[in-house]
Structure formats: C-alpha cells, structure tokens
Ligand binder design. Structure first.
Ligand code: PHE
Length: 480
C-alpha cells in the first residue's frame, strides 16, 4: 500500500489517540442519557444488555470505522474517495462521508445547546440558588427546581448566550489543530473528568443509599427488561429495552458519522488497533456505570424517582443537591463534569467537517473552523426555538411515529436513530464485505489462522451489521 500521511498532523502518541477518542465517546450520552434510560428500562438487566451491545456490536463497528480512517488518512469524504479507488468499488460509497459530515453538523447544532444548559447550571448551583429548597415543603421545592429549568429553556436569548459560549469553546479547540488543539485539550480535560467523576462517586458512597444505587444498577431483573408493561391482567413481551441498549451503545461510541474515522486518520501506523479500541470501549462503559453510581444513590437518598426521563439531570438532581450538605459545591462539580464530557465530544463532531474543508485547499484551519462553526451555531437556533417560540411546531405529526415531536425531537431522532445507524451499517459493510480481506488483516495485525481473528471477523462481518440493522429497523418502526 502506498504510504499515506495526514495533512492535518498525527497524534503524538498512541495515548493521544486513546484519550481523544475516549473524549469523543464519553459525552452527554454517558452522563445525561445513560442514567435515565437505565432508570426507565429497569436497571441492572438493561446495563447488562448495554455492556453486551458494546462488546458484540459497537466495539467491532468501532474497529471497522477506525480501520477505514487509518487507511484513508483524511476527512471521511476524502477517505472514502481514496478507499473506493483503492478497492475498486462504486463511488456511491463516498455517500458515507457526505452523510457523516451532514450528521455531524446536525448533531452538533443541538448538542451545543444542551452543552449550553450544562454550562448555565454551573453558576446556578455554585451561587447556591437551590440551597433554599431544603426549607421548602416538598411540592414547592419540586416546583421551584422545575421552574428554574423551564425558565431557562423558555428564554431564547439566554439559551442563545450559553449555546454561543459552548460553540466558541468547541471552535477554540478545533481551530488549534490536531496536536495543539484536540490532543492537548483532551489530555488535560479527560483526566479532570475522571477525577471529578470519582469525587462524585465518593460522595455518593457516603450517602446511606449507596447500596440501593448499586443494587439498582447491578441487579439484573430480566422480567423488568422484557416485560416492561405488566399489569396483573396481562404481560406482554417487548424487545424495546434491548434495542434501546443497542442504539445507545452505538451512539455512545460516536459511531456512524466519521468522528472515529477522522480520529483514526490521525493514527500513526503500527499501533495495535485492537488494544486501543478495547480501551476506548472499556473507558466509555466505565464512565457510564460510574455516572450511574454517582447519580442513583443521590436520587434514592432524596426520595426521588429514578425513572424521570430526560429531565433527570436538570429537573431532579438540583433538588437533591439543594438539600444536601456542600450541595452547591458537589452540584457545581457535577455540571462541570457534564460540560467536560460534552465539550470533548463536540470537538469530534466538528473535526470531520473542518478537516474536509481544509483538504479542499480553500480554507485554512482557522477559517474553516470559523465558517463551519458559524453555520452550525446558526442552525442551533432551530433547537433553541423548539423549546420556546416554536414549541408547538410539530411538522411530521401526521406520521404516527413522529407524533408530537418538536423540531428538536425530530433532529435528535433522525440523526441518532436513523442516520447514525445507517452510516454505521454502511461502514461495517464496506469494511468487511467490500474491502479485500488481506487489507483488513494487515490493519488488524493478526495472523489469519488465529482464533482471535476468527472471532473478530465473525463479529464484524455478521453480528455488528445485524445489530446495527436492528437499531435502524426499530427506529423506522418496522420492528418494535
Ligand atoms: N458519543 C457521544 C456521547 O455519548 C455522542 C457523539 C456521537 C459524539 C457521535 C460524536 C459523534 O454523548
């Protein structure tokens, strides 16, 4: 194979890649979403389904995506163009790259708004805004906390301010480039994230409900997972919980849009891909579980419900932080954690577009970041308005599966449930069914006859595409 090098530079070390890719993987998905979907789907059995999904479907898909990037050495569009030529395949496969850039654009436009909420909550907690709830009757306290959240999201100007700040933070890192930006920032931010998370878990351990949290996360009650809506009269089987776990495993490893592909493009040769992807997947699962262990004991010790839904973090936790000793400090720390996680993911959402613009030779990295960032920021207005002035705009309500979805709900649904799995499916199929297997072997650096290769090949060729297809079919309502 001709030796290709990335014009954007490479990670200075293997560690640089692992940390940056873990930064991409660990995001709002782990800390904001994982705890509430675990709460809604019955706890331990769901956690097990999620871990299995990561092992059997998402991690093999991650390997495939990184392989494409490392071989193509460019942004997803140019990487796919190069590979299509090298492997003599149809040019249609380049669509993977185009769709990736589009999805990155769309996801970042709302990811940044939610990252902005997390930013907005830091001063609210640190200033002790919620510390009065301890002295209020329960109902009034709940109303106060929920009112604070509603007040924020109903105010477009305020949302815009925080969204702007978050976008600027993301752009600052990406504009500095692969080594001075992405690598340096994640090298500093990720260890900080781990420390903050451990402090919060330590705090949760000191509450008397810690064991209840552990029990909730690890007690595998399969009945709850497979028969969620049981009444004494009827009990219906449902695979939904497993599909949610599968979809989440996929989202949380940042798959299907070229983020991991572009990070793979900056990876020097001769570094064990398998070890790296294993560590990324492990770190991602660990953070999700630790986040659950930090959150649930706090939820239980304050008599709150674990199955709150998306509001769990913003609508529920401040109530707990408001009541507990040093709550302003620990609460502030919690939202710092959320910001760190969102920030290191958002840079990986912007990088594929910026890399592509630089490769067209029409932009410097700084001007590419400025333009891409500006248009994503502008498109973020759709999400902002969907919480207030456009909250009644539900354009696809005539279709039952989109009923009652606001513009933000639609964006989230279409990108994470349809476009990402579709992109991910095409990526594994291209890598495992279209590329020469000798090339895949070369990238994996495994002997063809080894059991490890055989298992991996089976997972990557059959299990991963099947799993990703299931997520997609479930999303479009073909299977439930
Ligand atoms: N993995 C991120 C999270 O868990 C989300 C993400 C998806 C980031 C796709 C980049 C690309 O929040």
């Amino acid at each position: 194979m001709a030796k290709r090098i990335s014009i954007h530079g490479e990670w200075t070390s293997h560690w640089g890649f692992i940390v940056a890719a873990t930064g991409s993987a660990v995001g709002l998905g782990n800390i904001w979403k994982f705890p509430y979907i675990t709460g809604q789907n019955g706890g331990g059995a769901f956690v097990l389904a999620y871990i299995l999904s990561v092992l059997l479907v998402a991690a093999p898909a991650l390997i495939a995506e990184v392989i494409l990037g490392r071989r193509g050495k460019q942004s997803p569009i140019h990487t796919m163009q190069t590979l299509v030529r090298e492997q003599q395949q149809s040019r249609l496969w380049v669509g993977i790259g185009w769709m990736g850039i589009l999805v990155g654009f769309l996801i970042l436009s709302y990811y940044s708004v939610i990252g902005g909420w997390a930013l907005a909550y830091i001063p609210r907690l640190v200033s002790g805004l919620f510390s009065t709830v301890g002295s209020l009757p329960k109902e009034q306290a709940t109303l106060f906390v929920q009112g604070t959240f509603t007040h924020l999201i109903e105010d477009p100007e305020r949302l815009l301010l925080w969204h702007t700040l978050f976008m600027l933070m993301t752009m600052t890192v990406v504009a500095r480039g692969v080594q001075a930006g992405l690598e340096q920032a994640t090298r500093f931010l990720m260890p900080l994230l781990f420390v903050v998370l451990l402090v919060l878990v330590g705090y949760a351990m000191s509450t008397d409900k810690f064991m209840q949290g552990v029990h909730f996360m690890f007690n595998a009650d399969f009945h709850k997972l497979f028969y969620p809506n049981c009444t004494p009269a009827s009990c219906e089987f449902s695979g939904r919980g497993v599909l949610i776990a599968l979809g989440h495993a996929f989202f949380t490893l940042s798959l299907g849009m070229g983020a991991m592909m572009v990070y793979g493009a900056y990876l020097p040769k001769h570094f064990s891909l398998l070890k790296a992807t294993g560590m990324i997947a492990l770190a991602d699962v660990m953070v999700a579980i630790l986040a659950g262990l930090a959150i649930f004991p706090i939820v239980f010790s304050n008599g709150l419900e674990p199955n709150q839904g998306p509001g769990l973090v913003f609508n529920t936790l401040p109530l707990a932080f408001g009541k507990m000793p040093f709550g302003s400090f620990f609460g502030g720390l919690f939202f710092v954690l959320l910001v760190l996680a969102a920030w290191t993911s958002s840079i990986s959402l912007l990088e594929p577009t910026v890399a592509w613009m630089v490769e067209t030779k029409k932009f410097t990295r700084v001007s590419a970041t400025a333009w891409a960032g500006f248009f994503i920021w502008l498109f973020g207005l759709v999400t902002i308005f969907s919480f207030n002035i456009w909250s009644e705009v539900k354009p696809l309500s005539m279709f039952s599966s989109f009923a009652n979805k606001t513009l933000f709900d639609l964006l989230d649904f279409i990108t994470s449930n349809i476009m990402l799995p579709l992109g991910g499916f095409c990526i594994v199929i291209f890598a495992m069914w279209r590329m020469r297997s000798a090339d895949i072997l070369e990238e994996l650096e495994l002997p063809e006859a080894s059991t490890r290769y055989k298992i991996l090949r089976f997972l990557m060729r059959y299990v991963a595409p099947f799993g990703v297809l299931m997520i997609f079919l479930n999303a479009i309502g073909v299977i439930a």
